[in-house]
Design a protein around this ligand. Sequence first.
Ligand SMILES: *[C@@H]1O[C@H](CO)[C@@H](O)[C@H](O)[C@H]1NC(C)=O
Ligand SMILES: *[C@@H]1O[C@H](CO)[C@@H](O)[C@H](O)[C@H]1NC(C)=O
Ligand SMILES: *[C@@H]1O[C@H](CO)[C@@H](O)[C@H](O)[C@H]1NC(C)=O
Ligand SMILES: *[C@@H]1O[C@H](CO)[C@@H](O)[C@H](O)[C@H]1NC(C)=O
Ligand SMILES: *[C@@H]1O[C@H](CO)[C@@H](O)[C@H](O)[C@H]1NC(C)=O
Ligand SMILES: *[C@@H]1O[C@H](CO)[C@@H](O)[C@H](O)[C@H]1NC(C)=O
Ligand SMILES: *[C@@H]1O[C@H](CO)[C@@H](O)[C@H](O)[C@H]1NC(C)=O
Length: 529
Amino acid sequence: MLFIILAYTLLSSNLVLGLTVHIPLVAPSIAPIVKPPLVSFSIEQDRWTDWVGTTSRNQFFFNTLNNLNHISGVPSRIRIGANSEDHTNFNPGLQVNPKHTIFPAITTTVPYPEASNITVGDSYYESTKFLPPNTRVTWGLNLGQNNITAAFLEAKSIVKAFSSPAIKRAGIILDSIEIGNEANLYPNNGARPQNYTTAQYVGEWTAFATNISATMGITANSTTKFWGVAFAGAGSSHSITGFSPQAAINEGLLLSETGSAISTISQHHYSGSFCTGSEGLLQDLMSKPTIRGNLSAYSPDIAAVRETGLEYVFGETNSYSCHGAPGVSNSAGAALWALDYVLFATQIGISRVFFHEGIGYKYNLIQPIALTRSILDGSSLPAPIPAHIQPQYYAAIVAAEAVGKGRDMHAVELAIDDSRISGYAFYDRTRLVRTIFINSEAFLKSNATARRSIHLDMGFTGNDIVAPTMFTTKRLIIEHADDTSGLTWGGQTYETNDGKVSGALVASNDNVANGLDIQATEAVLLTFH
Ligand SMILES: *[C@@H]1O[C@H](CO)[C@@H](O)[C@H](O)[C@H]1NC(C)=O
Ligand SMILES: *[C@@H]1O[C@H](CO)[C@@H](O)[C@H](O)[C@H]1NC(C)=O
Ligand SMILES: *[C@@H]1O[C@H](CO)[C@@H](O)[C@H](O)[C@H]1NC(C)=O
Ligand SMILES: *[C@@H]1O[C@H](CO)[C@@H](O)[C@H](O)[C@H]1NC(C)=O
Ligand SMILES: *[C@@H]1O[C@H](CO)[C@@H](O)[C@H](O)[C@H]1NC(C)=O
Ligand SMILES: *[C@@H]1O[C@H](CO)[C@@H](O)[C@H](O)[C@H]1NC(C)=O
Ligand SMILES: *[C@@H]1O[C@H](CO)[C@@H](O)[C@H](O)[C@H]1NC(C)=O
């Protein structure tokens, strides 16, 4: 097992806490496999064509995806759906897409609301061709309106799009179909009566899936499969009663012929909610214990799913529901939250994390088009802000580098007995290659005192292996946790006009024996050699 020795030392200028981190030289047998792409994206489907492009590719979005693709060796997966998935109708006559999109009123809490009604045609699905080549895509179908015709027409159009030469040429694959978004919330949003149950969900899902599998040729053996469940974390029971994956499995979700075409169980999670305008504290979001508290709640669900041999993903997640909390979700500290969040997710059996994104949402990693009003309160901006990335994008980049391109990578969380420092070690098969450390203590603009730093010494464990003596150090530099820009990763920035990386790489080669200082609000990647 992993141990940590605490060696508190008082150094001259600041209080510097010294920790010796024990790093196994050989992957412990419990270390889960981590496969790229770990970080993926969930896109609110009402404004899908703003993301990807209508008549031509949205080059900014493409570039931001392609950066990750180059690092991971495979493109991030894309799920298109979410709340507006259950408000989408299909009109085969539509030439322009999407049309008749109706949005609720803009409020200061939700400056970029989700469409309450959207009608799409063939070209809407065809625009999937603008994604990076070889992207695996999950499309959502409307279950909320309980109108099989809508789901059926959407499904037919998706089949048509994915059989088109443009999508085939690009190698873009329809990985899966999700039928309905957060059905456990249907009683709250009026889509179903208050007495709606998991058993009813399973019945409706199976009826829809029977039609859709026949329409799309989805079987237990087809390339395209189903995602099941997609329940919201809020209101999840995490037990066999109420709404949860284990409840749906218990009600026979997997037993039908269509159920056998489910490859993946998805759940959604937000750490808090901004729906009524009550913001949390950035430090609470970033903190190591709250990240573990939020994710560990899903352990029973994940265990129940894994037991059936299916994959488990967070098909939609981000910091605060209703598109994020101002000054928290859009801040640099949220990048450290997202990084620790995805890495810890690997440790409890989550295969992939789809960060939810919508045009103008506060918690986005990417803002793919110019915005004319504030993401914080909806006020008109003096001038449009061009497409840009937000701080959390760096988490996707850093996580991609940590996981690397390997197909047999293992990762293990290092047991560090400090509530601010988390660490993970990465192994190529069994060989230690990298570690990442995150210091999640928020250093804010208002912090007048000197920035604290923690010294880490590496204590390798595993006798019969020669320990590395050098590592290359690459840092995610954040001036303040509440900054909203100005981050650099290894000296480079992604805050550019085209979303491509810019600047000279800064990485130092250092002696293992000297250890490492990590500042409050910083992440460091060490590559051993
Ligand atoms: C059902 O869906 C179809 C296709 O989207 C739409 O034309 C029709 O109006 C819908 N029916 C109802 C009752 O909403
Ligand atoms: C959605 O919009 C379509 C087209 O404008 C309209 O026919 C339909 O009644 C609307 N449905 C709802 C539920 O508002
Ligand atoms: C659920 O509620 C609806 C009306 O809200 C009612 O018609 C139905 O009978 C109820 N079903 C059960 C099983 O209680
Ligand atoms: C699916 O449902 C649609 C709409 O009701 C119907 O036209 C179609 O025949 C159904 N397909 C299958 C295979 O059941
Ligand atoms: C799927 O493949 C397995 C074995 O490869 C076969 O036994 C089974 O009948 C196939 N199922 C379908 C629905 O094609
Ligand atoms: C989840 O994270 C939030 C902060 O974002 C925190 O307020 C909450 O207490 C955490 N929940 C658990 C169960 O740890
Ligand atoms: C920053 O200020 C906050 C609020 O006063 C305090 O709780 C925190 O410990 C300070 N952080 C650092 C890194 O000094």
